[in-house]
Design a protein. Structure first.
Lengths: 168, 436
């Protein structure tokens, strides 16, 4: 196997695909906001149903207190949802938006990664997806979960919450 | 005629090694490398075939020497362009055993199927006068398809039903991916008006029970529509002896250009059909109040046509004719057997028939524990191009309980060595993903 294939399928990705985080839909706690989104990649039939549990952080903002999901798809899409679940759980909405933008920038980098090392590090295991960005046909696999997250946050009402301070 | 009658590979002479080498030398793209210098192993011909030099040259020659609008203008170029366009129609017609007047150009098989569906729709709306009455659909009429259809031979019929009140019914498939006709007398009845089916499945490679379906449709006076996209490039096909009313196929799967395909319809049907796409070139007399329409095939060819592509399609048909479709079928029959040897690899499961009887060299498969996308990525890393996904046949994939399969498909230029390389690469896939 050549180097680029191994760059794409890094062990951390294969591990997440085999033992994904957050798999299995969970109901949000009482009083929390709930948002759910179903996303499909029509070219390959991959799909994910993702649910967020969002709670006010007491300081005028909102925090993603839980992410759970069900899905089927390739190792890239499944690992990406798993990594994202780890990354955003417990984070405020502004952080989530920043992570989403950083991950999208990484996917647009055509395998070059990001110059901003701090930004890259902020992605945690998500950094391992640099190799995926060399393959245009696979980028949407990696973004499927992020699309579901964005949509479920919008559906939760958290983004429109006048006290949330997030004016998306 | 049974399905088996359409495939007689043993009667033709195999391609010799030097003939196959000469065939391959005719396809410039096959000489390129991919993914860092690896020879290309192109096993995605069911999606689109590669093109021989003569096809590429015919398009260039048309633009360099003959380019003009056809069927209008009296200058020399217009004459030559029209001649090239109509000669191509003759070549395509004779390739499938039809008359010139029975071939209508379309942008591809999808457009051709929609043309047929909309002709029924327009007749139902009262267009086409008394001649088109025969195509009128009433609420409660039935249109029959199969669970194995490509979306192009399914969705247009769903839409036609929605517009007319007709009801869609279908045959299921068995565990081998063969059309299950055990309930034929329940499915094809006096209410049936149209029976639409594929000649060869683009997923399972199975040759459909065409003769049985045609016979059943004839018993009740229903029209038959054949999706011949996956048969015409690979088998000798004589549409008149197949006996269908309508058939469609695309140039780009039979070594021709993209953007062109053919609708075959029996002449008397074309004569009676109302137009679908309207505009220039398909009319006789136009006033501010209305128009009368040209006879077929021009009635169905509104607007400036894809002339260079049509010329290319004609040349592709001639190229295949010269090699001989029986020999093409014989060669690909051997390739099908080689492809099916993937069943010897642990964890690999074929979706479709696993023997070469009445099946072509299109083999879809799943690898236990590894998603099709991941399978194809490993193959691609070795320079091997296969298709992944649902291959525009979601209901068939649902029938087999899978969202996606990988598919390897051959054409006349494919070699046994390429399929050996494919099998070797596939053997390593499960280990790479730790699925063993």
């Amino acid at each position: 196997m050549s180097g680029s294939l191994e760059q794409m399928y890094q062990q951390v990705i294969l591990d997440h695909a085999k033992h994904p985080h957050g798999r299995g839909l969970a109901e949000p706690a009482d009083g929390h906001l709930r948002g759910e989104s179903h996303q499909v990649n029509p070219t390959c039939g991959d799909e994910v149903t993702l649910r967020v549990d969002v709670v006010a952080d007491g300081a005028g903002g909102a925090v993603v207190s839980g992410v759970s999901w069900e899905g089927q798809g390739c190792s890239i899409s499944q690992a990406s949802v798993s990594v994202m679940t780890e990354l955003v759980t417990g984070r405020g909405l502004a952080d989530v938006r920043e992570l989403d933008a950083t991950f999208h920038a990484l996917m647009a980098s055509r395998g070059k990664g990001l110059d901003d090392e701090a930004a890259l590090e902020s992605l945690g295991d998500g950094e391992a997806f640099t190799g995926v960005s060399q393959y245009p046909a696979r980028i949407k696999c990696a973004l499927l979960g992020w699309a579901a997250l964005k949509d479920s946050l919008a559906r939760s009402g958290a983004l429109a919450d006048p006290t949330g301070g997030t004016d998306d | 005629m049974t399905a088996a009658d359409t495939v007689r590979p043993a009667q033709a002479e195999a391609l010799t090694a030097s003939e196959l080498a000469a065939v391959r030398a005719d396809f410039p793209l096959l000489g390129r490398t991919v993914r860092g210098g690896k020879p290309l192993v192109y096993l995605d011909s069911a999606a689109t075939s590669q093109k021989p030099n003569v096809v590429l040259e015919a398009e260039v020659e048309f633009y360099e020497q003959r380019n003009a609008a056809v069927h209008r203008g009296a200058h020399q170029l217009a004459e030559e362009a029209t001649e090239a366009f109509e000669s191509a129609r003759s070549a395509v017609a004779s390739f499938v055993g039809a008359d010139d007047g029975e071939i209508v150009w379309a942008s591809g098989a999808t457009a051709a199927l929609n043309l047929v569906a909309y002709a029924f729709s327009n007749a139902t709306a009262g267009r086409g006068g008394a001649a088109a009455e025969r195509f009128r659909l009433e609420p409660g009429d039935e249109i029959v398809v199969t669970e194995a259809e490509h979306h192009a031979n399914l969705v247009p019929w769903q839409e036609l039903c929605a517009r007319t009140g007709a009801v869609l019914r279908w045959f299921g498939v068995d565990d081998d991916g063969r059309i299950d006709l055990s309930d034929v007398d329940d499915v094809i009845t006096d209410r049936t008006r149209i029976v639409a089916f594929g000649h060869v499945s683009n997923v399972t490679g199975a040759v459909g029970p065409v003769a049985d379906l045609v016979a059943a449709a004839r018993r009740v006076g229903a029209y038959t529509v054949l999706d011949a996209c996956q048969s015409v490039p690979h088998l000798p096909v004589d549409l008149r002896s197949v006996g269908v009313d309508f058939a469609v196929f695309s140039a780009h799967k039979m070594l021709g250009p993209t953007g062109v395909g053919a609708l075959y319809a029996r002449r008397e049907l074309l004569e009676a059909m109302p137009p679908v796409t309207t505009g220039g070139s398909m009319v006789e007399v136009v006033t501010m109040e209305g128009a009368t329409y040209a006879p077929p095939p021009q009635r169905f060819e509104a607007g400036t046509q894809m002339v260079a592509q049509a010329v290319g399609m004609g040349v592709a048909a001639q190229w295949l004719d010269e090699l001989g479709m029986a020999r093409v079928a014989r060669h690909e029959h051997e390739l099908a057997a080689e492809l099916l040897r993937i069943t010897e690899i642990p964890g690999v499961r074929v979706v479709g028939p696993t023997d070469t009887t009445d099946r072509l060299a299109v083999v879809s498969f799943v690898v236990d524990g590894v998603h099709a996308h991941d399978v194809s990525q490993v193959l691609d890393d070795r320079g091997i191009a296969v298709r992944v996904g649902h291959h525009c046949a979601q209901p068939l994939h649902r029938r087999f309980g899978v969202a996606a399969t990988a598919r390897a498909s051959a054409s006349v230029y494919t070699t046994v060595d390429e399929i050996t390389a494919f099998r070797e690469a596939l053997t390593g896939v499960r280990a790479f993903f730790g699925a063993e």
